[in-house]
Design a protein around this ligand. Structure first.
Ligand code: NDP
Ligand code: 8X3
Length: 259
């Protein structure tokens, strides 16, 4: 059990699947009190049940669309009915849409990626900050991506969005210096979640192909890191953490075994 997050209020966006759902379970095991947000409320309900079974002191959930300021504000009003203190904010909601080149890109995909991965982080942080205690080991942990560090073909808007998230993290650390609120980014490489299914708009075959012959990260790998980052002593800030599968030596060098 991680004493640092036991009984702390942890707000996780995008908690209905992937990293967010696994993080709810992992923080639950550590005895945290959870505030879970995403658009698929039925899935959030299941995640909350699993987190309570894992040991969460509380696991509450509410509809959240980070791409809408009104939804973010309404979510935080709901948070205020649960607690007047958020110790850990995990800005995880996001993802990619499409892998088109810039020449063939679609406005609606670009807009969604920037709305969720960039503006969503700004909105959630602005709305949550008034609830975060000073000098008590509070944390804002943003989920970025290795794609925010290295560009790839077909990734222009997503790579730009995650590079934006990285710069927001760096800016926040400067702006919050002196408050004791820690600011981190956890930036995974290839991880097998619903990420690719969403990116390829429900094309399960195409999504599956990406992982064939290789050994990607799984959601629990990232969840464990999020708990570890939040659980460091109050004077320790993990600034930027890149985590990739061993098979992914670099963005463009992925080892695949013959299947
Ligand atoms: P998933 O698709 O499994 O999870 C994405 C989560 O984000 C879902 O819970 C989804 O919930 C939520 N979400 C998406 N849009 C919104 C929105 N507008 N408002 C609220 N919630 C939203 O993928 P991952 O778990 O892999 O992705 C989590 C984060 O990790 C993302 O930011 C992604 O970019 C990042 N990432 C993923 C990597 C990977 O290879 N898997 C690697 C590096 C980073 P719902 O649809 O119910 O709203
Ligand atoms: C997800 C990792 O390489 O698919 O952020 O862009 S990648």
């Amino acid at each position: 059990m991680n004493a640092q997050v036991k009984n702390k209020w942890v707000l996780i966006t995008g908690a209905s699947s992937g990293f967010g759902a696994a993080a709810a379970r992992a923080f639950g095991e550590a005895g945290a009190k959870l505030l879970l947000g995403a658009r698929r409320v039925e899935k959030l309900k299941d995640v909350a049940i699993t987190a309570r079974e894992a040991g969460a002191a509380r696991a509450e959930f509410h509809f959240l669309d980070v791409s809408q300021t009104a939804s973010v504000n309404e979510f935080i009003q709901w948070v205020r009915t649960q607690t007047d203190c958020v110790d850990v904010l995990i800005n995880n909601a996001g993802g990619a849409l499409g892998m088109d080149t810039v020449a063939q890109g679609r406005d609606e995909d670009w807009e969604t990626m920037l709305q969720t991965n960039v503006l969503g982080v700004l909105r959630m942080t602005r709305a949550t900050l008034p609830l975060m205690p000073h000098d008590a080991g509070a944390s804002i942990i943003n989920v970025g991506s290795a794609a925010g560090h290295v560009a790839y073909e077909g990734g222009a808007a997503y790579c730009a969005a995650k590079a934006g998230e990285l710069q927001i993290t760096r800016t926040l650390r400067l702006e919050l210096n002196g408050t004791g609120i820690r600011v981190s980014t956890v930036d995974p490489g290839l991880a097998q979640t619903d990420f690719s299914l969403v990116r390829f708009k429900g094309d399960a075959e195409r999504a599956k192909k990406l992982y064939v012959g290789t050994n990607p990260l799984v959601a629990e790998d990232v969840a464990e890191i999020l708990v570890w980052v939040a659980g460091r002593p109050a004077h320790v800030n993990i600034d930027e953490l890149i985590v990739k599968p061993v098979d992914q030596a670099a963005m463009h060098k992925l080892h695949r075994r013959k299947t």
